[in-house]
Write a protein that binds this ligand. Structure first.
Ligand code: AMP
Ligand code: ZN
Length: 443
């Protein structure tokens, strides 16, 4: 019923679950060292979209999204903010929960924390060493990529490509520059755990192999993440898990691999290291959570999103128009109606831009199934928990703007009056002239 593009086979495929009575889906989650930006939110939104569609068609779905709470970036952030590692990861985990909820991203069913799985990771590494898939040197443990014949099968990179002409300095403890860290030593005050290789901490790739298998068992159905995770993160996960189980077939780990495109700002990937980031709280000063959600979903999840004010304004306008059209119908809650046109479109590789256009057409020319169409649309495109009730301060602010607009109109300054109307509209306030008096309502 669902068709989805599989990055492993490089084609759109019919989704055939391992066990239709229990769908299992793992998405790579955040490293909690800072607030998430809208680019990160796109990855979590894409996973949420897929989880919602799966939950709309299958009775039991377990959606896991991990939390990386040990990483060099967290250690650096702790030093910078003069807080403990635990305080940093707790602070930014809570912020991640709040930010995603404001965008209507549902909480995953399971959110495993990496630091709760250290013992499992150590046992995992021991087995990889015993089977010669890994080796230890000076307190470091490396995965030996040459031991896995299918290495790079997801990104289609060949080992030779990494080797030839590499200008990257190879650390002395590596047999081969492609070998990647499973365990590394923790020096001085850096957080660490006792292990057979001394005090240290796990490599990032390892945690997803261990946590996905611990929470879902393998093979599970779908593994997702941003495009940048295909290599090396997901290729390394595949190598570890397959080597651990002595099975070269990557589908013995996860059957479908789903990757979202980047969100770009002025043609460059939004990323903390480039400094071109926009945070969720900044956006929510001017737009509703569901409008930002619509803006993210107005591009197909595999395509890049050129992020801009224009996109947000367009999404705002679409949202306001749809809400006002929806008011004519008694649909309150969202529910996925498999037989609706909107659902049918989403089941074809999650085609959200076409679903939005179809919903716009449907409210203009409603058919007898319109209420189910709206319910399906709401189920996917709405759901922000943003509090819609207004504070006294907001009510006063709106009253003042309405009065300013009235004054501008009375003095013939229509340009200013229109500007204020636009500003009110951005705040989701609609105004009407009733018997010479201006009335307003929140959409
Ligand atoms: P991180 O916390 O850096 O590990 O990133 C969490 C998720 O956000 C990963 O799935 C990344 O691939 C994804 N991501 C990071 N930046 C962007 C971006 N600009 N556009 C889309 N996804 C992104
Ligand atoms: Zn991961």
């Amino acid at each position: 019923m669902l068709r989805i593009y599989n990055s492993l086979s490089k084609k759109k495929e019919e989704f055939i679950p391992n066990d239709p009575s229990h769908i299992k889906f793992y998405a790579c989650g955040p490293t909690v060292y800072n607030k998430i930006h809208i680019g990160n939110a796109r990855a979590f939104m894409s996973a949420d979209l897929l989880a919602k569609v799966l939950k709309g068609i299958y009775s039991k779905v377990t959606y896991v999204c991990n939390i990386t709470d040990i990483d060099d970036k967290i250690i650096d952030a702790a030093k910078e903010e003069n807080l403990s590692i635990k305080d940093i990861s707790t602070k930014y985990f809570n912020q991640y929960q709040d930010d995603t909820a404001l965008l209507g991203i549902s909480k995953p069913d399971i959110q495993p924390f990496a630091t709760d799985y250290i013992d499992d990771m150590i046992t995992y590494i021991e087995k990889l060493i015993a089977s010669d898939n890994a080796y230890e040197k000076d307190g470091n443990v490396l995965f030996r990529v040459s031991s896995f014949p299918n290495y790079g099968c997801l990104s289609d990179r060949k080992l030779e490509e990494h080797d030839s002409g590499s200008r990257v300095k190879v650390e002395d403890f590596k047999e081969n520059p492609n070998d990647f860290t499973l365990w590394k030593p923790s020096l001085n005050e850096d957080p660490g755990w006792e292990s057979p290789w001394g005090r240290g901490r796990p490599g990032w790739h390892l945690e997803c192999s261990v946590m996905s298998e611990s929470t879902l068992d393998i093979p599970f159905d779908i593994h997702s993440g941003g495009n940048d995770l295909k290599f090396p993160h997901h290729d390394n996960e595949i190598a570890q898990t397959c080597a651990f189980h002595g099975n070269d077939d990557p589908t013995s780990f996860a059957k479908y691999w789903v990757h979202n495109g980047f969100l770009n700002l002025e043609d460059e990937k939004m990323s903390k290291s480039l400094g071109n980031v926009v945070y969720i709280d900044q956006l929510l000063q001017n737009y509703k959570g569901n409008e930002v959600r619509l803006a993210l979903l107005s591009t197909h999840y595999r395509q890049p999103i050129p992020w801009s004010e224009d996109l947000l304004d367009q999404s705002h306008n679409i949202y306001v128009k749809l809400q006002s059209a929806f008011k004519e119908y008694g649909v309150v809650d969202g529910k996925f109606h498999v037989n609706s046109k909107v659902a049918e479109i989403l089941l074809d590789d999650l085609n959200t831009p076409l679903a939005i256009r179809t919903m716009q057409d449907l409210v203009a020319n409603p058919d007898e199934n319109i209420e189910n169409e709206i319910a399906t649309f709401k189920y996917i495109f709405e759901g922000s928990n943003q509090d819609l009730s207004l504070s006294d301060v907001q009510v006063n602010q709106i009253n003042e703007l309405v009065k300013e607009r009235d004054d501008a109109r009375n003095s013939g300054d229509y340009e200013r009056a229109d500007k204020i109307r636009d500003k009110l509209s951005k705040m989701n306030v609609s105004i009407k002239d009733v018997n010479g008096k201006t009335e307003w309502e929140i959409l």
